[in-house]
Write a protein that binds this ligand. Structure first.
Ligand code: UD1
Length: 374
């Protein structure tokens, strides 16, 4: 194994990790020896390669190529493949971001090897243990020696769980560092439609559209729930055209349940494969609203000032509701449509930019890390 020794070892695995690691590595470059491990949890070009290119993330030193599987299989497989990497490279610390299976798997290996774990985006809680990510968040934070938070409530959550106060640093949101850096390069929605659908949808969406993303197991893995969401989508599309980049998990669920045909028949919904970072930024930036069950997009829409309807019963990112443009609705049609109608009539919540979501979170991390390493 040809990995540099004694580095600050950064870990990525799945799509939402990439926009977080990019600004951190860029900020630390030159001040700390760095290495990058990609677990390969996401492996499709559209789920990862594009993001490396668009965000300027360095080539990983190693790709563990773990791929897909059940949660326990995937987590265990990442651990088995990451352990020899840590043993060979003896990193000074392992830095993990977010809440995906790669985050907890690599944090656990590092902790067992007595290597300090640094967690970026610590302390977020949905208080819903049926979400795989909530389990990953709680456990990763227990293992971390240094915890960087994006909003003030995260500190209270961590203190309640017994994390020592001196380990917690409120630095702001690294994902917003990426957003602000790349916003001017966002791809125009018309261009995205032309590329993926030819002329289809270009005229329909010209005077306003909504963006939809959907991939939570709770929304897509259960066929009756998914069927209900499709009939909701029919009603939404009668009010506003919907652009829908379809996540691989959702595509698989639609195929498995035979619901893909029902989706194709909704004329106001324009489906496409997952899009890159600059494309999604472009779609969100010009949308009248976003409907999503993603965590990251709740924050990105708040930063962009675009109304967001969160198709979940809870959020681990309460600041997006309290200060931002987000409304958590779940998937009950009457609730979603009431909020949607309000947004279409009034423009929705104005919102304001949360504290320290200013594009400088990675620089604050660099400062704290400098002191910590010394
Ligand atoms: C994962 C994260 C989730 C995050 C999401 C963003 C966990 C527990 N979940 O969910 O928090 O919001 O990524 O996308 O870590 N697949 C492909 N190609 C890929 C990746 C996945 O086809 O490159 C398909 C496979 O059928 C796979 C399924 O998508 O089984 C789910 O992938 P997985 O990585 O298990 O979880 P996500 O649903 O993507």
């Amino acid at each position: 194994m040809n990995l540099p020794k004694g580095t600050l070892m950064c870990v990525v695995g799945a799509r939402p990790n990439f926009m977080k690691i990019a600004p951190i590595m860029a900020a630390l470059e030159g001040s700390v020896p760095l290495s990058l491990v990609h677990t390969g949890q996401h492996y499709d070009t559209r789920m990862q390669t594009l993001f490396f290119q668009q965000l300027g993330i360095p080539e990983p030193d190693i790709n563990l190529e773990v791929g897909s599987g059940s949660h326990s299989w995937q987590t265990a497989e990442i651990m088995q493949r990451f352990e020899p990497v840590v043993e060979a490279a003896t990193p000074a610390a392992v830095l993990v971001v977010g809440d995906v299976n790669s985050t907890i798997a690599c944090a656990l290996v590092a902790a067992k090897e007595q290597i300090p774990v640094i967690h970026v985006e610590a302390g977020l809680r949905s208080f819903d243990r049926s979400m795989p990510e909530e389990i990953n968040r709680v456990l990763t934070d227990q293992l971390a020696r240094l915890l960087f938070t994006t909003e003030r409530t995260a500190r209270d959550n961590l203190l309640r769980e017994g994390v020592e106060e001196h380990r917690i640093h409120f630095v702001g949101n690294v994902m917003i560092d990426s957003l602000l850096k790349h916003r001017s390069k966002a791809v125009a929605p018309r261009e995205i439609l032309l590329r993926s659908k030819g002329n289809v949808g270009v005229d329909a969406c010209a005077s306003g559209y909504a963006v939809l993303t959907l991939h939570r197991p709770a929304n897509v893995d259960d066929t009756p729930t998914l069927r209900g969401i499709l009939s909701l989508l029919q009603e939404i599309s009668e009010r506003i055209p919907v652009i829908f980049p379809v996540h691989p998990r959702t595509a698989a669920a639609l195929e498995r349940s035979g619901l893909h045909q029902a989706l194709e028949q909704i004329s106001g919904v324009f489906c496409m494969p997952p899009v890159g970072y600059l494309e999604m930024l472009g779609l969100m930036n010009k949308a009248r609203l976003v409907l999503t069950d993603s965590g990251g997009m709740q924050e990105e829409t708040t930063a962009l000032g675009i109304p967001c309807i969160t198709l979940r019963d809870n959020t681990e990112r309460p600041i997006t509701v309290e200060e931002g443009t987000n409304t958590v609705t779940g998937v009950a049609p009457e609730r979603v449509l009431a909020v949607l109608d309000d947004i279409l009539a009034t423009g929705g919540k104005a919102g304001r930019i949360p504290e320290l979501w200013d594009g400088r979170a990675s620089l604050r991390i660099k400062e704290v890390l400098g002191d910590w390493i010394r």
